[in-house]
Design a protein around this ligand. Structure first.
Ligand code: GLP
Length: 244
């Protein structure tokens, strides 16, 4: 595990964008695993800036997103499909046909999970997986559980996740309770994993996930076993690690 410590959110975002852009420059046909949440927004913004300067070309890149809320479609402003267009895809020259996100409008969970697993298989190994970190240690929507789940699955969001995500909705009753998410095996098979974490509210979970035992109760802890995992975090997020 490598740790890149940043003084602040802007620096963290630039460092993560640096790693992603190097990946795309070295392999223009890269498969990028992408994440939502507020933390990666700065990195996406930086990549759009470099694209506008002519420094990066996304035309041959393929992407696969981690997760999507069940019940929300691309036209819903709170969907992750909408998030990705607004924060990244519409700002670069990526071919939308090469972008993949679970279909939140598919009511048949088995069919959707099988479909997404076959999308993942057809793309081959993810070259670089970008991750954020949930306050309870979730990655994608792999919530704390008794065991790790390998492939794409339907997950019930924990009360802490519903609470954390309510800020994006008018009312807590509107926060979806279920999501489709890529599994832990899909994430662990990525050639390289980069996680962005920012802010004091994540300090405790950063310490538990990366300096505590590997356990499905803290899903991100499995990344300690990944051969090429880089944590890009700001000082606040690393504050408890430094103290110890
Ligand atoms: C959601 C996403 C995760 C993300 C997490 C943290 O739950 N499914 O992929 O890592 O939010 O979000 P934030 O970066 O806003 O703290």
């Amino acid at each position: 595990m490598k740790i890149i410590e940043s003084p602040d959110y802007a620096h963290m975002s630039r460092k993560a964008a640096n790693i992603i852009s190097a990946q795309v420059i070295l392999k223009p046909t890269s498969v990028l695993g992408l994440a939502t949440g507020s933390t990666p927004i700065g990195a996406y913004r930086q990549l759009i800036g470099w694209y506008n300067k002519g420094d990066i070309d996304f035309s041959a890149v393929r992407t696969v997103n981690l997760d999507e809320y069940v019940g929300l479609g691309p036209s819903d402003e709170q969907s992750y499909a909408h998030f990705m267009r607004v924060h990244f895809f519409d700002g670069v020259n990526i071919d939308l046909k090469n972008t993949h996100i679970p279909n939140g409008l598919e009511p048949d969970a088995r069919a959707e999970c099988q479909r997404y697993d076959s999308v993942l298989r057809s793309l081959g190994r993810i070259d670089l997986q970008l991750l954020g970190l949930g306050h309870n240690g979730h990655i994608g929507f792999n919530e704390p559980a008794d065991c790790f789940t390998k492939g794409t699955h339907l997950t019930e969001l924990s009360s802490t996740t519903v609470e954390a995500n309510r800020r994006f909705f008018e009312d807590v009753s509107q926060v979806p309770r279920f999501a489709y998410t890529m599994g832990i095996c899909d994430i662990m098979q990525a050639r390289r994993v980069v996680m962005v974490v920012s802010g004091a509210s994540k300090a405790r979970i950063v310490r538990d996930a990366f300096f505590g035992p590997v356990t499905p109760r803290v899903p991100a802890s499995i990344l300690q076993l990944h051969r090429d995992f880089t944590l890009v975090a700001d000082r606040e997020a690393l504050s408890l690690v430094e103290r110890e």
